[in-house]
Design a protein around this ligand. Structure first.
Ligand code: MTE
Length: 334
């Protein structure tokens, strides 16, 4: 038996996310016929037994990484402890409950890995696992992460600017958007082979940004957290982090980045376009159709009874991105 991930402190999702919001988002999936049985499946000892059959594969072990700290782009707010960052996750490929990814992703193989950058570029490139970890000097940036479900964390990511990756590929002048894709591997990702466990999402998970958003210095490709390589549940070996947008834009375990002149499809928008827009900028003035976005529950050290509710800020407090949207009606382009 491989050793499963055990956070030093365990807690239930309802202790952190507003019960109403959490169940509301799950209710959408349930109404589509997916979550009920999925939650049952992913939480049951029997289901875990099914997914424990690759015992010869080594379980994940975080490795320390070299980095320099970028203070000017870091917040000094209290950081969310590692145990919570790595045990309260959204990664539906490994189950729809917050503790499913940490439970089900520990044997996820990230080496070998292949990240391809193609489409409307002069120089298409493919990076290996070692290229990804060694090619770019890493910075630590402490960013706020605001989930559309109205909880937030403060996380010290290790990574490099997405624009560095895109510049290597040399986008054509006609490229306007950047499309991202997560690995599709139903053998390793139980939620991809079982629609009940994966929330009925049409995999692979896909996301997109406008090219100017992707080139913004805040847009980060992250390979680590808290000084070490990313755990699988956080999107190993490489994920996107766009701190001024709702967390669902920050796509995990990326295998392909394609430059295009068309707005690319995005997973949550395809599932419920009236609830999740392409832009998904954090905006306290535009409510989700089923809950307010005016405030959020900040996940810090507090236990069961800590509320820690704070006001949500426009663009999650990253005002420097406002010029990207100066001519746009953000109630229409939510
Ligand atoms: N990427 C993939 N491939 N699959 C997912 O289910 N969930 C998104 C995003 N990226 C998701 C994903 C959502 S809804 C959020 S809030 C963040 O990942 C959560 O990142 P974290 O678990 O590292 O906090």
């Amino acid at each position: 038996m491989t050793k499963r991930f055990k956070p030093s402190q365990t807690f239930k999702s309802h202790e952190i996310t507003d019960e109403s919001v959490f169940s509301s988002r799950r209710r959408l999936l349930k109404s589509m016929g997916f979550v009920g049985a999925g939650a049952l499946l992913s939480g049951s000892a029997t289901a875990r037994g099914w997914f424990d059959d690759d015992d010869d594969k080594p379980a994940f072990k975080a490795k320390p990484l070299d980095f320099t700290r970028n203070d000017s782009l870091s917040t000094d707010e209290t950081m969310t402890p590692y145990a919570k960052v790595t045990s309260y996750n959204n990664f539906y490929e490994f189950g729809t409950s917050k503790d499913d990814p940490a439970e089900n992703a520990q044997d996820f193989q990230v080496d070998p890995w292949s990240l391809k950058i193609d489409g409307m570029v002069r120089n298409p490139i493919t990076l290996s696992y070692d290229d990804i970890l060694n090619k770019f000097p890493l910075e630590e940036r402490v960013y706020r992460l605001r989930c559309v479900e109205a909880w937030s964390m403060v996380i010290p990511w290790l990574g490099f600017e997405l624009n560095k990756l895109l510049k290597l590929a040399d986008p054509l002048g006609s490229a306007k958007y950047v499309a991202f894709k997560t690995l599709f591997d139903p053998k390793q990702m139980p939620g991809q082979r079982n629609p009940f466990m994966g929330g009925g999402i049409d995999y692979p998970y896909v996301e997109g940004l406008r090219l100017d958003e992707a080139m913004h210095p805040l847009s980060l490709m992250s390979v680590g957290v808290y000084g070490k390589t990313l755990p699988p549940q956080n999107g190993a070996p490489i994920r996107l982090v766009v701190p001024w947008k709702y967390g669902f834009k920050s796509i995990k375990s990326v295998v392909r980045i394609t430059l295009t002149d068309q707005e690319p499809p995005t997973t949550w928008n395809r599932l419920a376009a009236h609830e999740y827009g392409f832009y998904a900028n954090v905006n306290p003035n535009v409510a989700h159709p089923r809950w307010s976005q005016a405030s959020e529950r900040r996940i810090t050290k507090g236990g069961l009874f800590s509320q820690n509710r704070i006001d949500t800020e426009m663009f999650n407090g990253y005002q420097e991105v406002a010029p990207l949207y100066s001519n746009m009606d953000l109630t229409r382009y939510y």
